[in-house]
Write a protein that binds this ligand. Structure first.
Ligand SMILES: *[C@@H]1O[C@H](CO)[C@@H](O)[C@H](O)[C@H]1NC(C)=O
Ligand SMILES: *[C@@H]1O[C@H](CO)[C@@H](O)[C@H](O)[C@H]1NC(C)=O
Ligand SMILES: *[C@@H]1O[C@H](CO)[C@@H](O)[C@H](O)[C@H]1NC(C)=O
Ligand SMILES: *[C@@H]1O[C@H](CO)[C@@H](O)[C@H](O)[C@H]1NC(C)=O
Ligand SMILES: *[C@@H]1O[C@H](CO)[C@@H](O)[C@H](O)[C@H]1NC(C)=O
Ligand SMILES: *[C@@H]1O[C@H](CO)[C@@H](O)[C@H](O)[C@H]1NC(C)=O
Ligand SMILES: *[C@@H]1O[C@H](CO)[C@@H](O)[C@H](O)[C@H]1NC(C)=O
Ligand SMILES: [Ca+2]
Ligand SMILES: [Ca+2]
Ligand SMILES: [Ca+2]
Ligand SMILES: [Ca+2]
Length: 786
């Protein structure tokens, strides 16, 4: 019964005009003349007393009486959350507000409270006059019911991505076409190919630079303008970064990933390394640093959301675990399914796939209807957008809807919500496996289909996950031969309670495995990872076309399949060789395990799953119910490229800190030993801090010296030179991790540089792969670091 308190209340206010007629004489100072009931949502400390429900109920009762409010009980299924209503007639609203504020602010057991604003709602059904809207089956599918993103109900609740900016990192965006222009954000846009702020695509020989415009239309095409189509998040702003129309370098990619990152919330990237079934490549060191920097500092510190397509190499047996963008923990990796929910011929599988959404299939299947450029052969509208290129922007649009209802979701919250809400469905190609936390995953479909309704409802009640905890094993040197199938090389590493104590990690998010292997034919290798629960991930799939003789050099595979599971226990990898006996045996040299997760216990995960399911009725989306959101940080937007400088600055700070620390200890040690006749002077001069001893004073000065060391000024970053080693294959950088605006965590991360390769855009036209290559210079200038 209690569960419907809010929806019922809302019903009352839907009928408020009637109410108005009847109550014009109430004499309220309310401008509308309507007597509004004051209500507060109050969250009590769940650890109060023994934490039992009855005790919290009793506490709620006592608290409500103390401030003269009526306790209306638990809000829906949000345990610890109570609704208090003002019933007294004596006190004025302002007095009540003041009193409530004074008492709740001071009370230890009140986690937070907020006065509930009343939402005026009028239900409207959507009749768009856009001529192609009826053909946009991915938005509303009448031919195959259920095979759409279930977004119309979200729009009806006035959730359209308002206040959110999505940027399409691609070959430009023609922002002048009718369906883009009103939503275009010039502030978020840039052209890295020509180095100007205008991302207008260039008409090319093949009428091919329409790709970015098509992706932009899927996200934010303007509705009800009698033109073409409607975007998933048509209330959002859409920007373009033109970067794929010409040679692409690591530094350009890095700039793109952080461009205007306080304006752009979501980066939609429908491109990646070559999908030829023999490439192993990903972002190089600057691109990696930029992704990392983006999740730390982007979007006021909540983290930029990077949505990447899983790739179109299906027909070449390609696998997205060999794609560093898909593997990255910072990206939301999205695959495609056709209108029937099946895996299309071009789709790739991998253990790091988070979820899938719709795109084209083979000839009988409909493609994605979206905007197009109107240059050259374009008409401003197309029915033929295809490939995983078309899937990623749909996902980016759905994330925009989530960020509207809860702007302070962190980059990890977004991934969590996808894991918690994606839906499993039967498909003959997908091999689903239930993991230790109860989540279903398949290498083909990730955690399942994205569903805009489920995503936004969950986002609305989602409180941030605890800060990111990580564990890195030592580099495990094996140097063992890899046997031919059916024999396997089995390796294992135990992660103990003590190992996890430092970070506080209890449950997993991503699991990464970095391997170095020599092998005469890389595509013959198969690598499986088993988490402690027994959940398996095929991280290294065999690839027929991959004849590369160099094996893997510190390649990091990742899996999301152990999401939510207990982190502690034995991790095993099984390696085998499916090739012929005539080839030389490969050697498994080293590996290293990296776990990412949080302090959530398995019970916390289960509890959150329950909450997410309970929120699916729409009662919170409907209401003006809102959880408090921290404001985020003011992070200035710098025009110039700052990754290298930031990195350097952090390095210097850390270096300075280390110098300071060791000095402090030296001094402490020294002070505890020296005779009373000495004195200390610490000064920073030039590039080094000098510790000198002054002779001659005695007695009281000793104390002074001790004080001096404590108030030692931190060396200015310009005053300390930090020696940092860089070698050919291994470029280290230090990053300041900040995953929630309130939490700061330092971590040293050494990333390796993969071999230079080519880049391709995922674009399938008429179901043929017309993959276009963009050469990028692999020879990155390491000097940019220094
Ligand atoms: C609902 O909340 C939004 C923002 O949280 C606010 O702008 C709006 O005025 C509220 N609506 C009503 C009817 O109070
Ligand atoms: C679209 O525009 C028509 C008038 O052209 C209007 O009747 C209709 O309500 C509009 N639909 C929406 C969803 O705004
Ligand atoms: C789709 O959205 C509607 C609300 O518009 C909701 O009632 C329904 O349960 C959703 N379906 C799924 C499968 O999530
Ligand atoms: C939707 O939100 C916009 C912006 O806040 C507001 O102007 C409009 O009235 C809302 N529409 C409904 C039906 O609530
Ligand atoms: C996972 O699949 C199992 C078996 O089909 C099903 O019982 C369970 O509800 C699924 N879990 C989720 C979270 O969908
Ligand atoms: C891990 O622990 C198991 C028993 O708990 C033990 O048999 C095994 O040798 C350990 N493995 C390693 C690599 O330490
Ligand atoms: C780093 O900062 C300096 C000034 O502090 C500036 O001159 C230089 O251009 C910056 N380098 C980069 C790559 O932005
Ligand atoms: Ca330009
Ligand atoms: Ca339109
Ligand atoms: Ca690929
Ligand atoms: Ca990823």
């Amino acid at each position: 019964m209690r569960r419907y308190v809010i929806p019922l209340m809302c019903l009352c206010f839907v009928t408020w005009p009637l109410f108005l007629l009847l109550s014009t004489h109430t004499g309220s100072n309310d401008a509308t003349g309507l007597v509004e009931e004051l209500t507060w949502a109050v969250r009590l400390d769940p650890s109060h007393g023994s934490g039992r429900r009855e005790e919290l109920d009793a506490l709620a009762e006592v608290l409500s009486h103390a401030v003269g409010l009526e306790n209306r009980g638990v809000i829906g299924e949000l345990k610890d959350h109570y609704l208090f209503a003002h019933i007294g007639h004596g006190q004025s609203k302002e007095n009540t507000r003041r009193k409530v504020h004074a008492i709740f602010t001071q009370h230890d057991s009140v986690r937070w409270f907020s006065e509930q604003k009343l939402l005026k709602r009028s239900k409207r059904s959507l009749h768009f006059n856009d001529p192609k809207y009826p053909q946009q089956w991915h938005l509303h599918n009448s031919r195959s019911p259920g095979m759409d993103i279930n977004v119309t109900g979200v729009w009806e609740r006035n959730v359209t991505g308002r206040g959110v900016t999505v940027v399409v990192v691609d070959d430009g965006v023609q922002y002048t076409i009718q369906d883009i222009q009103p939503n275009y954000s010039p502030e978020g846009s840039y052209d890295l190919n020509s180095n100007d702020p205008d991302p207008m695509p260039r008409p090319d020989g093949y009428s091919d630079n329409h790709h970015g415009t098509r992706c932009a239309g899927e996200i934010a095409a303007v509705p009800n303008n009698s033109f073409c189509a409607v975007g998933v998040a048509y209330g959002s702003r859409i920007a373009g970064i033109r970067v794929l129309d010409g040679p692409l370098t690591d530094s350009m990619e890095a700039i793109a990933f952080n461009k205007h990152y306080q304006i752009n919330d979501i980066y939609s990237c429908s491109w990646g390394p070559d999908d030829d079934g023999k490439t192993v490549d990903g972002p190089h060191q600057l691109g990696k640093a930029a992704l990392q920097h983006g999740v730390i500092a982007g979007r006021k510190g909540f983290g930029s959301i990077f949505v990447v397509a899983s790739g179109n190499g299906g027909q070449y047996d390609d696998n997205c675990n060999y794609d560093g963008y898909a593997n990255s923990i910072y990206t939301v990796t999205i695959g495609a399914v056709n209108e029937a929910g099946e895996m299309p011929f071009y789709a790739e599988e991998c253990a790091s796939m988070l979820a899938v959404t719709f795109s084209s299939g083979d000839k009988q299947m409909r493609s994605i209807v979206t905007s197009d450029w109107d240059l050259q052969k374009g008409t401003g509208c197309t029915e033929g957008h295809t490939g995983t290129s078309a899937a990623a922007p749909i996902a980016a649009g759905m994330v925009a809807l989530m960020l509207q209802v809860r702007p302070c979701l962190t980059w990890r919250d977004v991934q969590h919500i996808i894991v918690f809400t994606a839906t499993k469905y039967e498909d003959h190609q997908a091999a689903w496996k239930t993991n230790g936390a109860g989540f279903n995953h398949s290498h083909q479909h990730g955690f399942g289909l994205l569903n805009a309704w489920r995503l936004t409802n969950a986002a609305k009640v989602w409180e941030s996950v605890p800060y990111l905890a990580s564990y890195v094993s030592p580099v495990l040197k094996e140097n063992k031969n890899i046997p031919l199938v059916p024999h396997v090389l089995e390796l294992s590493w135990n992660v103990t309670t003590a190992d996890l104590l430092l970070s506080g990690m209890r449950t997993l998010e991503h699991v990464g495995v970095t391997v170095s292997i020599t092998h005469p034919r890389r595509g013959n290798l198969q690598i499986q990872l088993f988490c402690p629960s027994g959940m398996s991930s095929l991280i290294g799939a065999t690839r027929k076309l991959d004849a590369d003789p160099n094996g893997f050099t510190e390649w990091t595979f990742s899996t999301v399949r152990c999401w939510g599971e207990n982190a502690e226990g034995a991790y095993r990898i099984l390696v085998t060789d499916v090739g012929e006996e005539t080839l030389k045996r490969g050697v498994f040299q080293t590996w290293q395990l990296t776990l990412y997760g949080s302090s959530w216990t398995p019970e916390d995960v289960a509890e959150r799953r329950r909450l997410v399911e309970e929120s699916q009725g729409g009662q919170f989306l409907n209401d003006n119910f809102s959880l408090p959101c921290p404001p985020g940080l003011e992070i200035s937007e710098q025009d110039s490229y700052t990754i290298t400088n930031n990195t350097l600055r952090t390095l210097m700070l850390l270096g300075c800190f280390a110098v300071f620390w060791s000095l402090y200890y030296t001094v402490e040690l020294y002070l505890s030993r020296i005779s009373s006749s000495s004195d200390l002077d610490l000064s920073c001069e030039g590039s080094s801090c000098i510790l000198s001893r002054r002779q001659g004073s005695s007695g009281p000065r000793q104390l002074e010296a001790g004080l001096e060391t404590e108030s030692l000024p931190l060396c200015g970053s310009n005053d300390v030179a930090v020696d940092y080693e860089e070698d050919e294959d291994n470029v280290g950088h230090v990053a300041l991790y900040r995953h929630q605006p309130s939490t700061t965590q330092f971590r040293l991360m050494v990333e390796n540089r993969p071999k230079p390769q080519n880049n391709a855009i995922f674009d399938l036209q008429d179901n043929e792969d017309t993959v276009r290559h963009d050469t990028r210079d692999g020879d990155t200038n390491l000097n940019e670091y220094g």
